[in-house]
Design a protein around this ligand. Structure first.
Ligand code: ZN
Length: 259
């Protein structure tokens, strides 16, 4: 791609500012850890981050129209994102902007709006080991990812996951406690590409793990639209592509048939 990929990262940043243990793991916030995956990389252009307190100032239409891929991490404060903003972001997704949903963002307004389902799941905070299985080794998101790898400690998410059948089911996680979970899924909505990754409970340093960083890096590149603002560039009121004339012959055949 000729142009650089512009990324906007939203992280509510609530745990990092309200829980010392989480703050120790993510001194720059989860958004800082995500940003460090793509910064100083020649393929990426403008990288913006925002948190709950400043999200409304950052996530303007202007920013969104300049964003190729939006990354979303939320947990406790989904309801504090305004419905109107969610509507604007969803429209941008239909217009081609990619979205990466991380971990507890399965319950965000944006996730549920775009997928039209509950996003509900079983969960348990037990610091269990999760083993992710790579179901699509030829997918751009799994480039450099082995057949299977382990996240030593994470929040357990189990089926049944309230999602529509994924376009691509990329990862399936086996948990120490016995559950399984569709932990890496893609969907297409309008022209926009969506990817959900389960990994990333805030009390564990999961966004520093090599495989997880590779998946997020790959997913952002995969979700980037070929053309920014695809639908907006195809607004109506364009002249016909070619001049054409109706040929009498077509009608002649039809009327003959009627006789
Ligand atoms: Zn969690």
């Amino acid at each position: 791609m000729d142009r650089k990929i512009n990324v906007t990262i939203y992280n509510e940043n609530f745990h990092e500012t309200n829980d010392l243990e989480v703050a120790k793991i993510y001194p720059q916030g989860i958004h800082g850890a995500i940003k460090s995956i793509i910064e100083n990389d020649a393929e990426f252009g403008t990288i913006r981050t925002c948190t709950l307190p400043d999200h409304a100032q950052v996530l303007t239409l202007e920013t969104l129209e300049d964003t190729d891929v939006l990354v979303w991490w939320g947990h406790m404060k989904h309801r504090e994102i305004g419905d109107e903003l969610v509507e604007i972001i969803a429209r941008r997704v239909l217009d081609g902007m990619g979205v990466i949903f991380l971990h507890s963002s399965h319950a965000s307004k944006l996730f549920k709006k775009l997928l039209g389902t509950s996003g509900s799941l079983r969960w348990r905070e037990a610091g269990e080991k999760g083993r992710l299985w790579n179901l699509m080794p030829n997918h751009p998101i799994t480039e450099g990812i082995p057949e299977t790898f382990t996240v030593p400690h994470d929040e357990t998410y189990g089926e049944l996951f309230g999602i529509p059948t994924p376009h691509d089911l990329i990862f399936l996680t086996w948990w120490q406690g016995g559950e399984v979970f569709r932990s890496g899924c893609t969907w297409i909505r309008g022209e926009g590409k969506l990817f959900y990754l389960q990994s990333g409970h805030e009390t564990f340093p999961i966004y520093y793990q090599k495989e997880i960083r590779t998946i997020i890096y790959n997913a952002i590149k995969w979700a980037c639209p070929v053309t920014r603002n695809i639908i907006r560039q195809r607004r109506p009121n364009v002249p016909a592509l070619e001049k054409y004339e109706l040929e009498d012959h077509d009608f002649y055949v039809f009327s003959e048939h009627k006789k």
